[in-house]
Design a protein. Structure first.
Length: 401
């Protein structure tokens, strides 16, 4: 920092004496020394050219650590000293930091121009202002901003954020709070680009307990006492139940996905066991009539029957409940209960014995009762392929004792 220029009385006296004595003494030609500080000039007369430091001392000028002295000699041999006061400043422009020394009187805008800084946009802010003159150790801060949009809670907001800010920082500036489970369409900590769109998805979870049906398995066992092709249910299958805790994810109030957290079996399923006949035996001959009576001594496949009728049969399959309330399964057939009462036990086979459905119980009914199809019994089968293979056939229906 420069101190005020002081003219020393003794210096003035010395100069006067020197000028008086020079007339009779062989000194070199006198010259002027002009010292200029902050636009104010002081002229010194001296016998010969002096050193810069000596001239400054004679002029009462004390240099600061950042000051600069420019020296030149004009055509008359006069020494011209121009003292420029230096100011140390630092500039924080976004993530870029610079420090430099500039001349006294330099404006903030001129400092930025010297650094080659990008032009100041209409949304940017500079502190201190662009036209402020620099001071010692001045800190200049440039905050550059950009437009981004935020989509949250059904609304779109346009906001200004600092460049290089992340999505989380932008939301914080906009006064938008994130829940612990909320999600963004952009990385949380990656700097945003100009005109970026940040989408906030509100995430909530709900846990519920549900009852889930457990399927039973069906196994087959060969039985030599049953005629080959005969199938008889030994143990009827029953579905089990499990208590399941399900976690449902909602995104902005809409169901998105579900996750099963736990499952506890509350009712074990009962597996079904079906006996499959292996005995080779021809079918008992019967009359191919719509109805015939028989004495109690007649048997079919080792089963005693009271009568036999011949009628049209079809086949169906589903995973449901019979009209009598029991699960559908092979051996439970659909009838017209007005003709064949529920619970009636039967044995069903083709007249020539080439197809044997086997033991059956009247447990269900269907639309064939009233559609005029002429179907007597609808046989339950495990698969649609079996149903299609069976088609529509005339079968002997033996009513068991």
């Amino acid at each position: 920092m420069l101190k005020p220029i002081k003219m020393i009385a003794a210096l003035s006296a010395a100069l006067i004496i020197s000028a008086t004595t020079m007339a009779g003494t062989a000194f070199a030609t006198t010259h002027n020394a002009v010292v200029t500080v902050k636009g104010q000039s002081t002229t010194l007369r001296m016998l010969q050219n002096g050193e810069t430091q000596s001239i400054l001392q004679m002029a009462g000028v004390e240099l600061g650590p950042m000051d600069r002295v420019d020296r030149e000699t004009n055509a008359n041999g006069d020494i011209l000293l121009n003292v420029t006061t230096g100011r140390a400043v630092s500039v924080q422009d976004g993530n870029k930091f610079s420090s430099l020394v500039v001349n006294d009187g330099t404006t903030v805008e001129e400092v930025l121009n010297q650094l080659g800084a990008d032009p100041i946009g209409e949304s940017d802010t500079v502190t201190p202002g662009l036209q402020e003159k620099v001071q010692d150790d001045m800190q200049i801060t440039v905050e550059r901003r950009q437009h981004v949009s935020v989509v949250v809670d059904g609304e779109t907001k346009d906001i200004l954020v600092l460049k290089n800010e992340t999505a989380v920082q932008a939301l914080r500036e906009a006064g938008i709070d994130l829940g612990k489970d909320d999600e963004l369409n952009l990385p949380f900590n990656k700097p945003l680009e100009e005109n970026a769109q940040v989408v906030v998805n509100r995430i909530t979870y709900q846990e519920t307990t549900e009852t889930k049906s457990l399927d039973f398995t069906t196994s087959e066992q060969e039985d030599a006492s049953l005629t080959q092709g005969t199938r008889q249910v030994q143990t009827a299958g029953q579905k089990g139940e499990a208590s399941v805790v399900v976690r449902t994810k909602y995104v902005n109030g809409q169901q998105d996905s579900q996750q099963e957290l736990s499952s506890t079996v509350t009712k074990q399923p009962v597996n079904e066991v079906v006996l499959v006949g292996t005995k080779v035996q021809a079918a008992q001959p019967t009359q191919n009539a719509s109805y015939s009576g028989a004495s109690g001594g007649n048997t079919i496949a080792g089963l005693s029957y009271s009568r036999v009728i011949s009628g049209v049969c079809t086949a169906y399959t589903n995973d449901g409940i019979c009209s009598t309330g029991v699960p559908t399964m092979v051996g439970r057939v659909a009838v017209n209960p007005a003709v064949i009462p529920y619970g009636t036990r039967m044995y069903i086979t083709s007249a020539d014995g080439s197809y044997v459905y086997g033991y059956a119980v009247a447990a269900d009914t269907g639309g064939f009762v009233s559609n005029g199809s002429g179907v007597m019994i609808d046989l339950y089968m495990n698969t649609m392929g079996e149903c299609n293979s069976f088609g529509r056939r005339s079968m002997n229906i033996y009513f068991l004792n």
